[in-house]
Write a protein that binds this ligand. Structure first.
Ligand code: DX5
Ligand code: ZN
Length: 218
């Protein structure tokens, strides 16, 4: 099975990020998932552009910035300057998503759209030809370590159908409660990118590494 691993540093040890990023380096086909939270859109606060900018000095891996903030467009330039490659904003926070997508493209950023577990695909289907990533949240945004919501699999399957029937190129990313088991079901349903927080950083690295290798051999 072919897929990208995007460890979410929200679950990493912030006192030794260099070591944590090293772990991501050891996984082929990986990128760094950065969760940005403002305490408004979600009931939690995380990191801002200056941390992302400092992390950029440690690695050439792609940076996948997941904005869970009000008025995400106000921060596109700052995250671009901090070294983002992908920027994903929530459809629930965007009254007019198309201009935002175009703004990201103009900055040279790959645009992504995220949907909460309760948001229907109807809200984003018309945007799929315009974006690089559709991120399906499989937990309520805000915290690492929650349980995978099974109904997300239906959305992933439907997205794969749309992608194949319309010959579109966007990647399907799944974020929340991903481990070796839920990851495997998500890939079988059609996911291209597995975001992994707790499972990646809170288990012994050798175990995680070998489970990812096993999945790739299947
Ligand atoms: C939640 C974040 C996720 C989270 C994933 O709002 O978007 O990226 O860190 O963590 P796990 O894999 O532990 O659910
Ligand atoms: Zn995320």
């Amino acid at each position: 099975m072919k897929f990208t691993i995007a460890p979410s540093i929200l679950a990493a040890d912030f006192a030794c990020l260099t070591k944590e990023i090293e772990k991501i380096h050891k996984i082929p086909d990986s990128q760094v998932h950065l969760d940005i939270m403002d305490g408004h859109f979600v009931p939690n606060i995380s990191i801002g552009p200056c941390v992302v900018k400092n992390l950029r000095r440690m690695t050439d891996l792609p940076f996948d910035v997941h904005l869970m903030i009000d008025n995400p467009e106000n921060f596109f330039s700052q995250f671009k300057d901090a070294g983002a490659n992908y920027i994903t904003f929530h459809i629930e926070q965007a009254h007019e998503p198309l201009p935002l997508i175009n703004k990201l493209k103009k900055l040279g950023i790959k645009p992504g759209i995220a949907i909460k577990p309760s948001t229907s695909l109807d809200k984003v289907e018309y945007l799929l030809p315009q974006i690089d990533v559709l991120l399906v949240m499989s937990v309520e945004p805000g915290f690492s370590g929650q349980k995978f919501i099974n109904s997300s699999l239906k959305k992933i399957e439907r997205l794969r159908e749309i992608k194949e029937s319309k010959k579109l190129n966007f990647q399907i990313s799944v974020d929340g409660g991903i481990n070796d088991k839920t990851g495997e079901t998500a890939i079988k349903a059609g996911a291209d990118i597995l975001v992994m927080g707790n499972y990646f950083f809170k288990n012994p690295f050798e175990l995680v590494q070998s489970e990812i290798e096993k999945l790739r051999k299947k």
